[in-house]
Design a protein around this ligand. Structure first.
Ligand code: ASP
Length: 602
């Protein structure tokens, strides 16, 4: 046996015991006849003392120890002398007085220290991920992820869901991203595609009579990486037979309240989870993933702006655009520099610009707009718009003396993205969101289709198997853009945790949807033939969801990037610096696969 306890375990009650510990040398301090090391493993730190008098050999050897060497120490647990206790450490009342030291393995000098507060380039952290993961914070994240998986698995199993694995080597399963493909040696010129999600497989399982399926599914999507995206991510993927939307949402609410209760009981989770329709979410927050921990709702000033006399507003409105605003409470004294910073911020979100209106704090003692005069207002549009119009805008937006109104004008989509990002940013700056609360919300009633300017045609908002509401089926012919789908997202604190839907089982409806999206019969047969074939043999009504595991763990861990909760993630450039993947393969392998690499001339 290498050890009797882990490094984080010894307590005052162990005083007098002779024990053996093993771990990494975290730090060494020499004090003449006494040498101290902090010995570290996954569970914590233990102070270890080498005394030249009681153990001269061990003390001599301890002089050689370096950071990250792996050692085994045998000794007696003793109380630290008065004044030397460390209240920050669970083991801080005791130390191990060593009688024997064994060096199990040596280490090079690590490229960075094993400290939670680390400022090292991501590339270096990932190349030395084995060192990076030794940091307590990273271990805590891995453990949290493990806990979330265990709790979810237990919940799903207890509720009749069967855990079923589905293949990784498959065919293209379009979810809107590019595929990762794997060449076949046995079938030269043919390729497997890695699943973007097990969507068709889980639906086929429903046709197979499985009733309830779940899996922790790896999903592979070759898309341009954003902050919270990875080439592969994990979903808690599930599907249920004989259900309506409410049945699925009930499972979701129970699953997430269980996860929160079991892993972060300190957090407050308001229930029942509220529901917002997509239209309402966009109207009130400019976004379909609103952070409901604070208000600062987005108002619409388009009508007032259209007759304001201010050229920019009028031309935006004339070309079908909108004018929307938020109010930053108590920010009237923002400096020019601060508002310039916000202008930059909204430009990076795609907006042309931002118009601030500062209403001086001293304007109305009563807090009302009535006493506000033009002198109380600071704004680039102050001289272009009448006082009455400015006040009307403020009234509509809910701004009063002391507040800063932030207005964005432009095409609706652009404005919504920019204003909702600005809302999040101001919420962050003003610390409006309580970090101790997890506010879940179901966003429902999404439009089934969205217009795709690039393709100049309809695209599925979610995916092609999502069903319209029964009452909207007729609109498929007359007004596809007005069709509401049985689609739902789960959102928490402004982060989308997953999407799902009730699926189409009616062949005529499915064909209409394919037609609207512009899939030719050949394309349909090629991509979806297997599922449609299965549907010819009795498909139960069904629906489900794909939930981002990485994202919920990220939120629970208080991290802001999913890389922090994935053991071996890739960089923003889709590279794994630890393995140096992707990498060229040998000519022999290429020949075997009948593949010739065309030099792109780079
Ligand atoms: N496969 C879908 C996705 O990855 C989820 C679902 O519809 O169940 O978004």
């Amino acid at each position: 046996m290498y050890r009797d306890m882990t490094c984080g375990e010894p307590r005052r009650t162990d005083t007098g015991k002779i024990i053996t510990l093993a771990g990494w040398v975290h730090r060494r301090r020499d004090h003449g006849g006494l040498t101290f090391i902090d010995l570290r493993d996954f569970s914590g730190l233990m102070q270890v003392v080498f005394n030249v008098d009681s153990a001269p050999d061990a003390h001599a050897l301890a002089g050689d120890l370096r950071s990250e060497w792996v050692v085994q120490v045998k000794g007696t647990v003793q109380e630290r002398r008065a004044g030397a206790e460390n209240a920050d450490l669970p083991t801080g009342a005791v130390e191990l007085l060593v009688s024997e030291l064994t060096v199990l393995n040596q280490s090079k000098t690590p490229p960075f220290e094993i400290e939670d507060d680390l400022h090292v380039a991501d590339e270096v952290r990932l190349r030395y991920r084995f060192i990076d993961l030794r940091r307590p914070r990273m271990y805590k994240n891995l453990k949290l992820r493990h806990d979330v998986i265990q709790v979810s698995r237990t919940y799903m199993a207890a509720n009749g869901f069967l855990e079923i694995e589905t293949p990784i080597l498959l065919k293209s399963t379009p979810e809107g991203a590019r595929d990762y493909v794997v060449p076949s040696r046995v079938h030269p010129g043919s390729f497997y595609a890695l699943p973007q999600s097990p969507q068709q497989l889980k639906q086929i399982l429903m046709v197979s009579g499985v009733d309830r399926y779940f899996q922790f599914a790896h999903c592979f999507r070759d898309e341009d990486l954003r902050a919270d995206r990875q080439p592969e991510h994990t979903q808690i993927d599930f599907e249920m037979s004989f259900v309506e939307q409410d049945d699925v949402l009930q499972v979701l609410e129970e699953l997430y309240t269980t996860i929160l209760r079991e892993t972060r009981p300190d957090l407050e989770v308001p229930t029942p989870f509220p529901r917002l329709t997509y239209a309402e979410a966009i109207e009130r927050f400019g976004s379909d993933k609103p952070d409901l921990r604070f208000g600062m709702e987005v108002s619409r000033l388009t009508d007032i702006a259209s007759g304001s006399g201010f050229g920019v507003f009028e031309s935006v409105v004339a070309s079908g655009g909108v004018v929307r605003a938020i109010v930053a409470p108590g920010c009237a004294d923002y400096t020019r520099r601060q508002t310039d910073g916000l202008v930059e911020f909204v430009r990076s979100s795609g907006a042309q610009g931002l118009i601030p209106i500062h209403i001086s704090e001293s304007a109305g003692k009563s807090g009302s707009l009535d006493e506000v005069t033009l002198d109380d207002i600071r704004s680039p549009i102050r001289n272009h718009v009448s006082l009455e119009t400015l006040k009307e805008m403020a009234r509509t937006a809910g701004a009063g003396p002391g507040d800063l109104m932030l207005i964005i004008a432009g095409p609706e989509r652009v404005v919504n993205v920019a204003i909702s990002n600005l809302r999040s940013e101001m919420g962050r700056r003003l610390e409006l969101a309580d970090p101790g609360v997890f506010r879940f919300v179901f966003v429902v009633d999404f439009p089934l289709f969205e217009w795709d300017d690039d393709r100049d045609g309809w695209a599925a908002t979610h995916h092609v198997f999502s069903s319209p509401r029964p009452q909207d089926v007729e609109l498929l012919d007359s007004d596809p853009g007005a069709v509401i789908g049985q689609l739902y997202d789960l959102v928490c604190n402004g982060v989308e945790l997953g999407s799902g839907s009730i699926r189409i089982i009616d062949r005529a409806v499915q064909e209409k949807v394919f037609g609207l999206i512009g899939h030719s019969p050949e394309e349909v047969a090629e991509r979806f033939g297997q599922l449609l074939r299965a549907f010819e043999y009795g498909a139960p009504p069904h629906g489900g969801m794909g939930l981002g595991l990485d994202r919920i763990v990220m939120l629970l861990a208080g991290e802001d990037n999913i890389r922090e909760v994935i053991a071996f993630p890739k960089t923003q450039a889709a590279v794994d610096p630890l393995f140096d993947a992707p990498a060229p393969i040998t000519q022999e392998q290429l020949d075997e696969l009948s593949i010739r690499v065309v030099d792109s001339g780079g």
